[in-house]
Design a protein around this ligand. Sequence first.
Ligand code: ADP
Ligand code: GLC
Length: 499
Amino acid sequence: MPKILFVASEAHPLIKTGGLGDVVGSLPVALQSLQADVRLLLPAYHDALARAGELKTVARCAIENLSAPVRILEARLPGTELIVWFVDFPPAYDRRGHPYLDAGGRPWPDNAMRYALFADVAVRIALGQANIKWRPDVVHCHDWQTGLVPAWLATEKARPATVFTIHNLAYQGLFPRETFEALGLPAAFWSHEALEFHGQMSFIKGGLVYADRLTTVSPNYAREIQTPEFGCGLDGLLRHRAGRLTGILNGIDDAEWNPAQDRFLAKNYSPRRLQDKLANKLALQREFGLPEQPETPLIGVVGRLVHQKGIDLVLETLPGLMHRPIQIVLLGSGEAGYEEALRVQAARYIRRLAVRIGYDERLAHLIEAGADMFLMPSRFEPCGLNQLYSQRYGTIPIVRRVGGLADTVVDASEKNIKTGKATGIVFEKARGSALLAAVDRALALRRNNLRWNKMMRAGMRQDFSWRHSATEYLRLYRQIMRGKRTSSGKRHVSRKTGK
Ligand code: ADP
Ligand code: GLC
């Protein structure tokens, strides 16, 4: 039974800012059901501990230069048997709210220290130096916050294998050189072949350069990030490591996201009881203060309000969209400029456009269930989960052909509709005109009940559960465990001296 240590900065339902939380909250559970022995390591954020239920201290480890020992607390991921270990060092993690940002939406000034300490403890557990008996065969790290783990482990001769998953290459954990020095990292890491990136220190490069295997969350994004357009300056490195990089599509927690038993819905429904979806639409219109009109097409948007998600395209297209006989509900939070612009537009198109700024799990579910269509005009999208949830909920996704969206939504071309394969509307260009044309296609299709319902059902029939992807991860773990370690080339820099 392979022993896997998951190291990540968020996991639903303990703490979540986006899809990373969903994945880390469900993939380890799926792996466990395939007989893997998985433990999840998280920072002991205030809110995560509050949601964790019963906690016990399983280890204490003294770390040089820290005022107190770090405690490792153990709990179970709520609703599962998965063991979660929290790295508890209150000065670093005992803060309410967002894990990465302060109340003003700015990154915590000590984020580099927080995630370096987190990585340090992960490394100690991996090497059996944290007063914990369990030792992993594979350490599976996620995104920049965990990038130092593969880098540090690469300096050790006897160590577990490492996998680093890129959920979003655009977030790299870049810090000034002084931070690199303050963290006391091996001097040899200050090289463009290691952690240095255009004069800054890059956490994500720790994963990209040193992990035995790299994965990302869709096959298409795995190809895209090897090109200058999507590579965020790291495409050369990723091409260099292409032989070690695979795209494994995300799955969804199909118990949590199941219209037949979702506790957040006004009425549960299934492909056989599609007519019950309507009660959710009416509830959604009511909730957002829109006129309760069963016939008016209702478009939902949920997501982080950032450039990635093409929110500017939605804003730019609003005058055109509002000329159409539709309603839009949008739930999101993010950049202040987008939040403000959306508020202004909602006041302008009252009764047509309703905006809720904030983070609300229940409303996200209700929108997936109540909307007729779900809009994701992303500029790039490593995988995207909302288009998967939409399909499961019989809500037709309108998406840009990019990243994981291209891998998971089948366009409603004449041929795909005839063969019953179509599950959504896919458009090419990140332009307002293309978005508008896609919405028009959706509206035209919706006038044909038969075709529309066929598409809804085709989406609802898709199996996006973790079963397939968890099996692929397991295969990958087994491969590296069989001793097929890659040569990342930098394995013998001493962790302490950098020589
Ligand atoms: P990303 O990880 O880039 O944000 P994904 O589509 O992979 O995008 O996942 C986003 C997840 O976060 C989904 O579960 C979505 O419902 C959730 N989410 C995003 N914004 C909000 C919000 N404002 N309120 C509730 N849930 C949200
Ligand atoms: C990232 C990506 C998103 C992906 C999620 C989970 O946040 O932006 O596309 O679905 O991670 O892997």
